[in-house]
Design a protein around this ligand. Structure first.
Ligand code: AMP
Length: 432
């Protein structure tokens, strides 16, 4: 088989690496990929941007690609899966209509309400309907969100009513471009966040191993929100009981709701959940794709064939697949360019990759590029150093060994990835 992976981040490197391990796969193409995918055996990069749907379609036709797996949300929300399907090409991901679950937060909130799935109370507004009186009547803090895709930056947590009104009016006036033409104002939820990711095909579903990520840039969960600074799997917070609750109260009604709304879901579905102190799994957001950096530790633990899993979803056979997981834990530490998520340098030479390659674990690339045979930084999140271990602590020790082997000018990473899981496993003594 020939596989095409769309995207160029750490998630796509992990998807390409795992796809290439399938005995059925002859070659994996990644568009546009990064230095990591360029150097991976049986994998090569194609110089097409992830959102250039027509060029991707031409390439897939020309190369007779057997299966395309779409990494990022942009092309999914644009409708890449519909375009491929119309051309009779197999493409793993949700249709444009189903991807609205991520593409529009007001759509997602109305969907959650309609299907009685737990989430924060909210109201949505346009410039014409905005009501500062509503905002003033709400308890603080308040969360103000731009409706559309804003690369994780469209969510502001406001401690005063004035700040919430200013945030909403700023978005409605165009601070976030078209993404902010509608805003969602919602109550602030207390609790602990987990990522719950499944492979779905209509109402059939296979939950992936549990995981948790770290959104804030700095140690102690401080500093600005980012795309994610590290992740681990399993998430000890998600006990068997909570797992069942999430499936019953969130995943199953969401997939049934998508079917009954006429937009059945195919692909990775990611529920960002805030687990309330009483155990209620409140939905913060849905993403219509695999998480980054959760993909990296989750795929390190996946022992079964990823391509078989995607094909089973496409062919409505998910109820008959058995997915095997490595019982060990996996943990990944994101290494970022200094300054990220604000302005950062590009083009710094990355040292130590060869030493790291000889050590246990795996370096997944994200914002990296090959220039005359040298690997240089080319994005905010540059690498994810990931490793397996018998416990989260062991996985973390190995992952940080990799991190310490690598260096570039002004590299930044958190030193405490996994701290919540470690605190919990020390409290509970066993991992679930
Ligand atoms: P979102 O893109 O909607 O997941 O929001 C990004 C981040 O903002 C989440 O991962 C949470 O950390 C935080 N957040 C969003 N909504 C809420 C909420 N209602 N209560 C508390 N924190 C939230």
């Amino acid at each position: 088989m020939k596989i095409l992976i769309v995207g160029g981040g750490g998630r796509e490197h992990a998807l390409a690496w795992k796809s290439a391990q399938s005995p059925r796969v002859r070659h994996v193409y990644v568009a546009p990929g990064n230095a990591g995918t360029a150097l991976e055996p049986n994998v090569s990069n194609v110089d097409i941007a992830a959102d250039d749907v027509e060029a991707l379609l031409d390439f897939a036709r020309r190369e007779a690609i057997d299966l395309t797996i779409v990494g990022p949300e942009g092309p999914l929300v644009q409708g890449i899966v519909d375009r491929f399907r119309a051309a009779a090409l197999s493409c793993f991901g949700p249709s444009r209509a189903a991807a609205q679950l991520e593409g529009s937060k007001s759509y997602a909130k109305a969907f959650l309400a309609r299907h009685h799935i737990p989430t924060a109370r909210y109201a949505s507004f346009t410039a014409e309907t905005f009501d500062p009186g509503y905002v003033k009547a709400q308890r603080l803090p308040l969360v103000v969100k731009a409706d559309g895709l804003a690369a994780g930056k469209g969510v502001l947590i406001c401690e005063t009513h004035e700040a919430a009104i200013a945030a909403a009016t700023g978005m409605l006036r165009g601070n976030f471009g078209a993404a902010g033409r509608t805003v969602v104002v919602e109550e602030f939820l207390e609790g602990e966040e987990v990522s719950f990711i499944v492979v779905a095909g209509g109402e059939q579903v296979v939950p992936l191993a549990t995981s948790q990520d770290h959104k804030r840039r700095d140690d102690g969960d401080l500093g600005p929100n980012t795309g994610g600074m590290g992740a681990y799997s399993p998430a000890p917070l998600v006990t068997q009981r909570l797992h069942e609750r999430i499936m019953r109260e969130v995943i199953e009604p969401a997939l049934a709701g998508l079917c009954s709304d006429g937009t059945p879901y195919l692909g990775f579905l990611y529920a960002g959940l805030m687990i309330a102190p009483d155990g209620t799994p409140n939905v913060l957001e849905f993403n219509c794709r695999f998480g980054d950096p959760e993909t990296q530790p989750i795929l390190m633990r996946l022992q079964s064939d990823l391509i078989d899993l995607c094909e089973a979803a496409i062919e409505s056979r998910l109820d008959r697949v058995e997915v095997r997981w490595d019982p060990r834990a996996a943990l990944g530490v994101v290494m970022a360019a200094g300054g990220y998520p604000e302005a950062y340098r590009k083009g710094d030479s990355i040292q130590g990759l060869e030493q790291a390659a000889a050590m246990p674990g795996k370096i997944f690339h994200a914002g990296s590029r090959l220039v005359d045979g040298e690997v240089v930084t080319a994005g905010g999140r540059v690498l994810c150093a990931a490793a397996l271990g018998d416990t989260i602590l062991d996985a973390r020790t190995s992952a940080y060994r990799l991190v310490h082997a690598i260096h570039w000018n002004l590299v930044h990473y958190r030193r405490d990835i996994g701290h919540r899981a470690l605190a919990r496993s020390i409290r509970d003594t066993t991992l679930t």
